[in-house]
Write a protein that binds this ligand. Structure first.
Ligand code: AMP
Length: 354
């Protein structure tokens, strides 16, 4: 990576149009494999949690190999020499390529990959953060569309990533979905840098650990590389505490590999520490912790929907989001917890947490 500081962005103003044109061509030429999916917005009224979930049934995921299914011999790096047909910008800010995801479930799914190999276990650099933020700004502020986007980074083997070459991803958020981060920031919008006196925002009714910081107004000039790096490093430090504590308290003589999901919109940044990528029923990457649940099996999808009183397709219906595994009823939030760490709720942090 070069040491240059990206103070001015070379991202084209008509980025959305460039992406759409490239996407349409790649799709019609068969260079990209898009499989239609169906999605529903479900609302949870169980207990204290008033979470929404965007549940998507995508059978195409069944064909897509997961990290555990790919043998070392088969492992090749698709981002070392990306396909030109999928390359939206070949040289972005000197250090990156902007690619289309070859197997999208959401149209125009973008990948920001480093030009030279860096590991997906590495922390995000200030430049990674600012470049992604600037991409979000260009995409969200496009005159032709009113879409909102999220950037995410699945860091470490238990984060749900499948590729080892450093890549952030950008997708459009479903218009109707209010993520748990959106709700927290709506209630408490003021920006701050967390420390042991002021914890990141979290919803104590959510069982899994998550840390959220509101960002300053994107129309002002307050968001720069330094601010993003400060927010990220304070959240990362908070996240790493979970791994330290696990290794101190675990009976297994084994350290858990550091894994977490990073998510960013123009309004907030969130980190979620991860203990597993999959609990045997559903696997999650960052999108799971944005309340977007991808289901590969029809049976599982139907079981989730069967909790709707009348099996209605009404996306505004209010019901518990539960699913059934081997006769046992479990909640999506429980699976998210199983793949993350417990939310310590009101426990007061100390300076050792930062
Ligand atoms: P992750 O699974 O989170 O590590 O993200 C990697 C993404 O790269 C997946 O969503 C894949 O669909 C996508 N992908 C795999 N192979 C290629 C390729 N040859 N070109 C572009 N994207 C790819």
């Amino acid at each position: 990576m070069s040491n240059s500081v990206a103070t001015t962005s070379s991202i084209p103003d008509n980025l959305h149009e460039i992406v759409q044109t490239k996407y349409n061509k790649a799709l019609s030429d068969g260079n990209l494999v898009f499989t239609k999916s169906e999605s529903k917005l479900l609302k949870n009224t169980d207990g204290n949690t008033k979470n929404q979930y965007w549940v998507t049934y995508a059978p195409s995921l069944k064909e897509k190999p997961e990290r555990k299914d790919i043998t070392d011999n088969e492992k090749s790096n698709p981002f070392a020499k990306p396909e030109p047909e999928l390359t939206v910008i070949d040289d972005l800010e000197g250090d990156y390529k902007l690619l289309l995801n070859k197997f999208p479930i959401i149209p125009n799914h973008l990948l920001l990959v480093t030009k030279s190999f860096e590991s997906q276990t590495a922390p995000l650099s200030p430049k990674d953060l600012l470049t992604s933020y600037n991409l979000l700004k260009k995409l969200d502020n496009d005159d032709e569309s009113d879409k909102r986007h999220v950037a995410f980074y699945n860091c470490g083997v238990n984060s749900g990533s499948s590729q080892d070459h450093k890549h952030l991803q950008i997708i459009e958020l479903p218009g109707k979905l209010k993520t748990l981060q959106d709700k927290l920031v709506k209630k408490d919008p003021g920006h701050f840098i967390p420390n042991h006196k002021k914890e990141p925002l979290k919803d104590n009714s959510i069982p899994y650990a998550h840390f959220v910081v509101p960002l300053p107004d994107p129309d002002g000039n307050d968001v720069d590389e330094d601010l993003l790096a400060m927010v990220y490093s304070s959240l990362l430090q908070r996240t790493l505490t979970f791994f330290q504590q696990w290794s101190c308290t675990s009976e297994e003589d084994k350290r858990l590999p550091i894994s977490y999901n990073f998510m960013m919109t123009l309004e907030w940044i969130c980190l979620v520490p991860r203990s597993k990528s999959n609990n045997g029923t559903i696997g999650f990457n960052s999108t799971g912790y944005l309340n977007m649940v991808l289901v590969k099996e029809r049976e599982l999808y139907d079981k989730i929907l069967s909790y709707f009183e009348d099996g209605t397709t009404n996306t505004d219906a209010v019901e518990d989001v539960k699913t059934e595994v081997e006769g046992e009823v479990i909640k999506i939030d429980d699976i998210l917890l199983d793949c993350g760490f417990p939310n310590r709720g009101d426990a007061k942090p100390s300076e050792y947490d930062y």
